[in-house]
Design a protein around this ligand. Sequence first.
Ligand SMILES: Nc1ncnc2c1ncn2[C@@H]1O[C@H](COP(=O)(O)OP(=O)(O)OP(=O)(O)O)[C@@H](O)[C@H]1O
Length: 250
Amino acid sequence: MSAIEATSPAGEPLLAVRGVQTFYGKIQALRGVDVDVHEGEIVTLIGANGAGKSTLMMTICGNPRASTGQILYRGEDITHLPTHDIMSKSIAQSPEGRRVFARMTVMENLQMGAILEDDGYFDDDLRKVFELFPRLKERRGQRGGTLSGGEQQMLAIGRALMSRPKLLLLDEPSLGLAPLIVKQIFEVIRELNRNEGLTVFLVEQNAFHALRLAHRGYVMVNGAITMTGSGRELLARDEVRSAYLEGGAH
Ligand SMILES: Nc1ncnc2c1ncn2[C@@H]1O[C@H](COP(=O)(O)OP(=O)(O)OP(=O)(O)O)[C@@H](O)[C@H]1O
């Protein structure tokens, strides 16, 4: 791996991926991956189609399982915990393909994301999500499946936020969305990080936006990390520009 400079903050990371290998049957999707995400950071993982980005995201959530290596959250080894236990540790995920519940309303989708509706925080959390995404408030009685792609992405993120996470895992929030919507969604992520101190691990093919948003980034090729550095440094690298930015990737 080529580290441009030691940009990783000192101290114990919130999330640490150590030498993780993941297989689908005989196909090896991850080949010894190391990634650190520190509290308060936005860290992005970029790479081409099929590089293994989503696999890493899902491996962190315990499905599929890492066959080798370790995943630590706040220093605790979560590698072998059941997914529901991992997700109950203030980690929330917005998966690729923004899987909203199509037949449920916006409101019902958000209720599904909350830990408990009567824990005294629900109304406050809902108000925050509606402030971030006013479109969801307008459409709260509408079924998830009838929303536009951008609205579904907002709903997937809003639902993840309802569990009041410390760490938000986002898989390709920009996928298939118009540039203006991508800008809005990335702006909300920046705001959540700045104002609420939310830590974000963002998987993206849209390297331009992701690297501009992130404090640090990792580049994945064929299931291995090949480069890491600050978002700004990676954006300036010729290898990154020619592989992920030129040809209208942004
Ligand atoms: N369920 C599966 N069964 C078998 N192979 C899989 C499965 N899911 C992914 N793979 C393979 O694992 C590799 C990594 O895929 P992955 O989806 O993690 O990549 P990615 O970087 O997220 O790509 P994309 O940006 O297209 O989602 C690919 O070769 C893919 O074909």
